[in-house]
Ligand binder design. Structure first.
Ligand code: MF3
Ligand code: CO
Length: 246
């Protein structure tokens, strides 16, 4: 779980590239494009930056990116049929591999004017991440992170998804420990200096119940409520946590 200085240096590079590509993909979001257009742009940017997708073929996942629209929570598969329209929200989740090291980040973007409640959900996902990272310190536990995320989301009258969680990351996409977005402070795995973890709150508008579509991947809310996602890789340090996906 604990990374060496050399590993951390490589992860810094991997994570910066990943975030830059996410930002560039976010900038292309506009009414009328399809989620497949985002996938094609990602392909171009991956090649340009010398990285490969961490998701493609992961347990058979069929695309480079995950693009999850509205009631889709995570693992939406880019599609030529999915045309973005004003009022939609789209989460882009991107993972890349650079010199054998993984990076993973996600954010949720509005398409044109969106409802205030959905703006608030985007804010709450990002802000709950900030609560979570405040607990990413040696001596704290994975439960400390989950508890502050869950409390903040609930205070704002939204729900957290329980079936999916953050994770350690390094030479693999999903490493130990798991970082749930709920829990009790003082429980779970003890955090140590030089661990790298992906903290990724997934928020739903109403109920947190989810199901998987027939494509075997796309996770949607059962009640059709919208969902937001925000994710960064974080290095645990003695003094203050460092967001690597910057
Ligand atoms: N960011 C997600 C995660 O950490 C993406 C996984 S998509 C998959 O779990 F296709 F690779 F499964
Ligand atoms: Co992740």
């Amino acid at each position: 779980m604990v990374k060496t200085k050399e590993e951390i240096e490589k992860m810094r590079v991997a994570c910066r590239i990943c975030k830059h590509i996410l930002i560039e993909l976010g900038e292309m979001i506009t009414e009328g494009i399809t989620t497949y257009d985002i996938e094609k742009k990602a392909e171009e940017l991956f090649n340009k930056n010398g990285v490969i997708s961490a998701f493609k073929n992961y347990n058979g996942y069929p695309a480079l990116l995950c693009t999850s629209v509205n009631e889709e929570v995570v693992h939406g598969i880019p599609s030529k049929k999915k045309v973005l329209k004003e009022g939609d929200i789209v989460s882009i989740d991107i993972g890349t591999i650079y010199e054998g090291y993984y990076s993973d980040c996600a954010d949720t973007f509005p398409v044109g004017q969106i409802k205030d409640i959905h703006k608030k959900m985007i804010y709450v996902a990002r802000e709950s991440f900030k609560k979570g990272i405040s607990m990413a310190l040696p001596g704290k536990t994975t439960g400390d992170i989950g508890a502050v995320i869950e409390n903040f989301v609930k205070q704002n009258k939204f729900s957290v998804v329980r079936e999916f969680a953050g994770h350690g990351i390094g030479k693999e996409l999903h490493e130990y420990p798991e970082i749930p977005n709920f829990g009790y402070s003082g429980t779970g795995v003890l955090l140590k200096e030089n661990m790298v973890i992906a903290i990724e709150p997934m928020i739903t508008e109403h109920s947190s119940s989810v199901k998987i579509l027939e494509d075997g991947w796309t996770v949607i809310t059962k009640d059709g409520g919208f969902s937001t996602h925000y994710e960064n890789c974080v290095l645990i340090r003695e003094d203050t946590p460092e967001i690597l996906t910057v």
